[in-house]
Design a protein around this ligand. Structure first.
Ligand code: NDP
Length: 326
């Protein structure tokens, strides 16, 4: 038996609880992992509270991230004792996830723990941080360089936003952070933001085209914010869109795209091909200042996950949440 969070949905309703799980109940897979740490992402919070249709099969162990050591493996690339991490692939949505002391998964989904990081540090980065790096790689792939001008990061005090701010500033970009929490301005400056803007400036319907300011942007908010970011992006600038913290809609016009050649690049971390994942983790190893992870992350135990999930969806949690599952 081992401890884990279980989400159930039946006549008694939708509920998540910390419970004892039987190893015989683990799903199929060729690698069994002794989990040391998992995380609490926005998507996990939606799954645990039931506020979003994340869980596609019940009962489900949530947790889209995990770090741990291989306990048993029939996969050619992994042997007992290897340190591994996992992000996405539907884990915590359709396949039992990381918020438990054990997981059994398909070895093709695993990434060896990068040598620069402890399991705890890799989870301080987690899916949110790896997604932030995918956004940065996309800006680079489209040719955005520090000499092109400022980069806007929305939802900056959250997980994706914090890591994106830290990476981009380390790479020499002038990062302008957008946050709804003025109290976090010093935190964002410490991560490298040169200016912090109130998110209220972006949340209401704006004009199809605004003053050109951003060479690039990382948006986690969606809705009017994403529309306004696109409208104020410079000629041939690039917006990496990865989130919906402010809404799933996109009430925009095509003006920025057809009149300014703005590129709107979609980012998905869940099914991202392995080659690009490995590249994202390699770049996290070289381009994220590890000393900033302590400020970005907080650690909790499994029993604290449920109350914190509700607070995270209310935008009350700063940075990243690491869960020590043992
Ligand atoms: P967090 O909750 O850590 O951060 C989200 C931040 O967005 C908050 O901290 C807050 O920042 C801001 N925010 C919250 N609510 C609102 C609102 N109603 N309007 C405007 N801003 C708001 O989440 P994550 O960083 O983990 O994830 C951010 C988004 O990215 C989520 O939508 C998540 O689903 C998505 N995501 C997508 C991935 C992908 O593969 N495409 C992977 C990972 C995440 P502040 O207080 O600074 O304003």
């Amino acid at each position: 038996m081992f401890k884990g969070i279980l989400i159930e949905k039946d006549e008694a309703g939708y509920r998540a609880s910390l419970t004892d799980l039987d190893e015989a109940g683990l799903p199929e897979g060729d690698v069994t992992v002794r989990v040391s740490h998992s995380t609490l992402n926005y998507k996990d919070a939606l799954a645990i509270t039931g506020k979003g249709p994340v869980v596609r099969k019940f009962p489900m162990v949530p947790g889209i991230d995990l770090a741990g050591t291989v306990g048993h493996s029939t996969h050619p690339d992994y042997k007992t004792g290897d340190s591994v991490i996992l992000n996405g692939w539907g884990v915590g949505e359709t396949h039992w996830g990381g918020l438990a002391q054990k997981a059994r998964i398909n070895g093709d989904w695993l990434v060896p723990l990068p040598e620069q990081f402890t399991p705890q540090q890799a989870m301080a980065i987690g899916t949110a941080g790896y997604t932030a790096m995918l956004c940065v790689l996309t800006l680079e792939r489209h040719g955005v360089t520090p000499s092109d001008g400022e980069i806007l990061v929305t939802g900056a005090a959250g997980g994706v936003g914090s890591v994106a701010t830290a990476i981009l500033s380390r790479l020499g970009f002038r990062v302008v952070a957008v946050s709804g929490r003025p109290a976090e301005a010093d935190y964002l400056t410490s991560l490298g933001a040169v200016e912090v803007l109130d998110r209220a400036l972006f949340e209401t319907p704006g004009k199809p085209l605004g003053k050109e300011r951003w060479a690039g942007a990382v948006d986690v908010v969606g809705s009017h914010t994403l529309a306004n970011v696109c409208a104020s992006t410079k000629y041939r600038g690039v917006v990496a869109a990865c989130g919906l913290a402010g809404g799933m809609d996109f009430p925009a016009t095509v003006a920025p795209f057809i009149l300014r050649g703005v590129t709107l690049a979609g980012i998905d971390s869940v099914m991202c091909p392995r080659r690009e994942r490995l590249e994202a983790w390699r770049r996290l190893g070289s381009d994220l200042d590890i000393s900033k992870l302590a400020a970005i992350s907080n650690e909790i135990g499994l029993s604290e996950v449920m109350p914190l999930a509700a607070r995270l969806l209310n935008g009350e949690v700063r940075g990243r949440v690491v869960v020590d599952v043992n």
